[in-house]
Design a protein around this ligand. Structure first.
Ligand SMILES: [Zn+2]
Length: 275
């Protein structure tokens, strides 16, 4: 009898830990991220997010920010969207660009020059949004400079606290290597919603990655994006939608969602190579 009561208590504690893992007892955390400073993000994605009350994370490439865009990105940040660091030149390994021969590939870098670029991009972001900390997403999801993995040096530098990857695979939680799920251009609203529903079922966290929305490249349609937002809005009692750094601040200071979000991330083959 006593053993039975103990088991019951343990079961109840485990259930409560799952149910109360995210703020306000929400069941899952969803992070909406958008890469590469694309005009459709300003013209379509943000105007869709704002009326729904959702804030996304926009990983900006410094060399693609036009002077005319700066007030718009500044305004987006002031409204609660997060501006993240996606380097200045978006240098990826040549292998990401076949058959085109690119000049500014990451083979031309060394670890020091890459970290200098990340530091400079942080400064550019601070000039736009006034914030002193920015999260990071490595171009093409590849943290290579001159063929050397620069993630250890980036960790040691303290330049960024959180790094979003472009790889959805399950692995131990690491705030400097957070899984993310990208989608092919023919993804439907149902496809996007299904990914969220799996995170809901597991009580975890999912980081969704987008490029263009209804335009530009590697795009999902504006309709599919809108359907995703409508689902998130309808299920807002159970789903916490917040920028990447906000969710990571919470996850790293609350052990429950950290463990749940890490251990139960969806395992999927990469469906769309990051550009
Ligand atoms: Zn990119």
């Amino acid at each position: 009898m006593r053993i039975g009561l103990v088991l019951l208590a343990i079961t109840m504690m485990a259930t409560q830990a799952l149910a109360g893992s995210w703020p306000d007892g929400k069941r899952a955390a969803v992070v909406l991220t958008y890469d590469d400073t694309l005009p459709s993000q300003l013209d379509i994605a943000i105007p869709a997010l704002d009326p729904a009350g959702f804030k996304g994370t926009f990983f900006l490439i410094g060399s693609k920010i036009t002077p005319e865009q700066i007030p718009r990105w500044r305004s987006a940040a002031a409204e609660g969207h997060e501006l993240g660091n996606h380097t200045i030149r978006h240098a990826c390994p040549q292998a990401n660009y076949p058959p085109a021969k690119k000049i500014d590939t990451s083979e031309a870098y060394d670890v020091g020059t890459m970290l200098t670029e990340i530091r400079t991009m942080n400064t550019m972001l601070t000039a736009i949004d006034g914030k002193l900390q920015h999260s990071y997403a490595a171009p093409c999801g590849q943290h290579l400079a001159g063929g050397i993995d620069y993630l250890p040096a980036l960790r040691a530098s303290g330049l960024v606290r959180y790094t979003r990857s472009a790889d959805p695979s399950e692995r131990p939680f690491d705030p400097m290597d957070v899984p993310a799920r990208f989608f092919p251009s023919n993804a439907t609203g149902a496809d996007l919603i299904a990914a969220v529903q799996e995170a809901e079922r597991k009580g975890g966290m999912i980081v969704l990655g987008f490029h263009g929305v209804g335009g530009d490249y590697l795009s999902v349609s504006a309709k599919a994006h809108a359907q995703l937002l409508a689902y998130l809005k309808t299920h807002s009692e159970a789903i916490w939608v917040a920028p990447f750094s906000t969710v990571m601040d919470y996850a790293t200071s609350h052990p429950g969602p950290l463990a749940i979000g890490a251990a139960r991330s969806r395992v999927q083959p990469r469906t769309n190579s990051e550009r």
